[in-house]
Write a protein that binds this ligand. Structure first.
Ligand SMILES: [Zn+2]
Length: 400
């Protein structure tokens, strides 16, 4: 028994996903169970080796599968020296027969993204000669890096062609060509691989060396949506969503469009226009408000008695620029301290002070000390904030 186990352990795991990428369940025998070395900040766990598995170990840009071995959760799957290791929290004794179950929702979603990526990368390679030099299949988005730039029009055209490939429902073939056969094949490959090469072919769209499981036919990918394409390191980085992810994105965006459409009372296809119109209206309202504030402050300034030394106004709401211009004008008229206080006794005040004769750095320090304020500036002009009662603040300004 022991000898047999040793023998099995030295053999590569039989990979059921290579024959059937849609296999969700399988039976297997536990070959070994090793405690996982704890990396800094990591959790403890075990690496389980089986005689055969449908779990795909991380590779080719696709993350390792998750699922269950009996009732034990598999958090990740990795490959070490040709052996597939399943990461579990609890141990499983060697020799035990287990039932493996994939979290197929996660796997299928990843296959949709990955096969979609192959179609796009194949098209970019065939049409523009650029290579895919980076691929990241994340939980939310998938990014593809190309060593050449693409225009907006090219990206739109690519999206259309890629989806045509989906609707044509072409078979996704997995091939194991001999060295001689391989010489005849023009395929994309990121790295030189020793030994048997696994080719994933999507006739008319892509031929690429890849170790990961893919959907059986392109129709399974569903919608391929390019949501961004930006310049990146002399080439571009494209962000794509395929299948259910693209659908979820459409639903999310439709909700936003509907909300905006209702709020603006505009048809969904007109919300851009309506939003621009609203912004214009907002700008002209702001300008109108500024003009009114200026007129109002001008009137207050005219109401000041001639020869008054200090002056200050209190307003609940006032534009900062208008307040500053009031202080500037008041300084021309009055010799002492001129101030504008914006806010309320409850919420505190923002203030601007100006003076031709009083050193405001000294004065504002005393003011801030008395009213728990802060701020500063030049001797002729300071600004800051404080908390206090209007009358008390006024007393101090008038006594300056
Ligand atoms: Zn691939």
């Amino acid at each position: 028994m022991e000898a047999k186990q040793m023998d099995l352990q030295s053999q590569e795991t039989v990979r059921l996903y290579n024959k059937d990428s849609h296999r969700k369940e399988f039976e297997a025998t536990v070959i070994s169970c090793e405690e996982k070395p704890i990396v800094k900040g990591g959790e403890s766990g075990y690496w389980i080796v089986l005689d055969q598995t449908a779990f795909f170990p991380e590779g080719g840009g696709q993350p390792g599968d998750v699922g269950w071995l009996d009732d034990k959760e598999v958090a990740d799957t990795r490959e070490k020296n040709g052996i597939v290791c399943h990461e579990t929290k609890e141990p499983l004794e060697p020799g035990r027969k287990v039932k493996g179950r994939l979290n197929f929702e996660v796997r299928f979603d990843r296959m949709q993204q990955h096969t979609g990526e192959h179609i796009i990368s194949g098209l970019v390679h065939n049409l523009y000669g650029y290579d895919n030099v980076g691929f990241h299949l994340g939980d939310e988005i998938t990014t593809l890096d190309f060593n050449g730039e693409l225009t907006k029009e090219q990206v739109q055209d690519l999206e259309l062609r890629a989806n045509r490939g989906v609707f044509e429902n072409v078979p996704v073939q997995v091939l194991y060509p001999t060295k001689d056969q391989l010489k005849q094949v023009n395929y994309r490959s990121k790295i030189e691989i020793d030994g048997q090469i696994r080719i994933v072919s999507i006739p008319g769209y892509d031929i690429c060396a890849c170790c990961a499981p893919h959907v059986d036919r392109s129709g399974e990918i569903g919608l391929i949506k390019i949501i961004a394409c930006e310049r990146h390191r002399g080439g571009c980085r494209m962000t794509i969503l395929c299948g259910f992810r693209a659908l979820a994105d459409y639903q999310k965006k439709q909700r936003s469009v509907t909300e905006i459409s209702v709020a603006l009372s505009a048809k969904p296809e007109k919300i851009g226009e309506a939003m621009l119109h609203l912004k214009e209206q907002q700008n002209s309202t702001r300008e109108q408000l500024n003009r009114l504030q200026e007129r109002y402050l001008q009137q207050r300034l005219e109401g000041l008695g001639a020869g008054e030394r200090n002056v200050c106004i209190f307003e609940k709401e006032l534009d900062n620029i208008a307040a500053r211009s009031f202080v500037n004008s008041a300084m021309e008229k009055c010799e002492g301290v001129c101030g504008a206080f914006i806010g309320t006794d409850e919420d505190g005040y923002h203030y601007i002070l100006g003076s031709r004769t009083v050193d405001l750095r000294v004065f504002s320090k005393a003011l801030n000390d008395k009213f728990q304020g802060k701020g500063g500036g030049k001797p002729q002009m300071v600004q800051g904030s404080l908390a206090g009662i209007k009358e008390k603040i006024q007393d101090m300004i008038m006594g300056a």
